[in-house]
Design a protein around this ligand. Structure first.
Ligand code: ATP
Ligand code: MG
Length: 233
């Protein structure tokens, strides 16, 4: 019933038998999946199933012990880690912002590569994430929802092709969740990004993702249309 789907014409991101073992312990085992440009894939599964471990392999925060990742058909081992992390952006459950202004945080990625974002470019990104006019505000007293918006803007400043989201709304109050979901949907559509989102929230998976994959004990055990996989929507 949950057969692996046919190959997408152009996979924005593809994994082949991706695995990671640490000290004989399997974190991720033989995960092969294709995600198209413009698609949002939800990743669900019990705590400890390896969802975060899987995401961390995709931009080489961790090194696979076997298997590989193709970014628009290119083997990621032939892309430098810095370039890979520019092209594959990540937003985690809690935004790790640097002390300072919102603008400095948003401009950080390009700055690291020797590019200065103009104030108007920073403002455009802040408008896109619903924080217009807040460039000079200090990040120290933002709400959780605002901090996630800054984290998204900071990632978008790198113009990534792939967006990895690890439970991006699970630390937020209900009122902030829908706003962040709308942002994710809009941005992925506009930029035709490839998006993988880990979530514990089935309704969220149904709202955001056409397809969902289920992980258990490091393995991909099911993948298909979200409604069929989760019996929601
Ligand atoms: N660096 C590591 N070394 C050894 N084991 C690890 C490491 N990182 C994670 N693990 C273990 O790997 C397994 C998978 O962890 P992971 O964090 O990927 O799960 P998860 O599906 O994201 O869970 P959750 O839903 O709780 O976030 C867990 O048993 C965890 O304890
Ligand atoms: Mg996790």
């Amino acid at each position: 019933m949950f057969a692996i789907e046919p190959l997408a014409a152009i996979a924005g991101l593809e994994t082949r038998y991706l695995s990671r073992k640490v000290a004989g312990r399997v974190l991720v085992q033989d995960v092969s999946v294709q995600v198209s440009a413009g698609e949002i894939l939800a990743i669900v599964g019990p705590s400890g199933a390896g969802k975060s471990s899987f995401l961390r392999l995709l931009n080489r925060l961790d090194e696979p012990t076997s298997g590989t990742v193709l970014l628009k058909s290119q083997d990621f081992r032939s892309i430098s880690p810095q370039e890979l992390r520019r092209r594959i952006g990540m937003v985690m459950q809690t935004a790790y912002l640097f002390p300072g202004t919102i603008a400095a945080n948003v401009a950080f990625g390009p700055f690291q590569r020797g590019q200065m974002l103009a104030p108007v470019q920073v403002e455009r990104l802040l408008e896109r994430v619903g924080l217009p006019g807040l460039a000079d505000r200090d990040v120290s007293n933002l709400s959780g929802g605002e901090a996630q918006r800054v984290a998204l803007a900071r990632t978008l400043a790198n113009e990534p092709e792939v967006l990895l989201l690890d439970e991006p709304t699970s630390a937020l109050d209900d009122a902030s969740v829908r706003g962040i979901e709308e942002l994710i949907l809009g941005i992925v559509r506009e930029r035709r990004m490839t998006c993988l989102i880990v979530t514990h929230n089935r309704a969220q998976a149904a709202r955001l993702a056409e397809r969902t994959m289920v992980m258990q004990a490091g393995r991909l055990v099911a993948i298909g249309p979200t409604g069929e996989i989760l019996h929601v929507g």
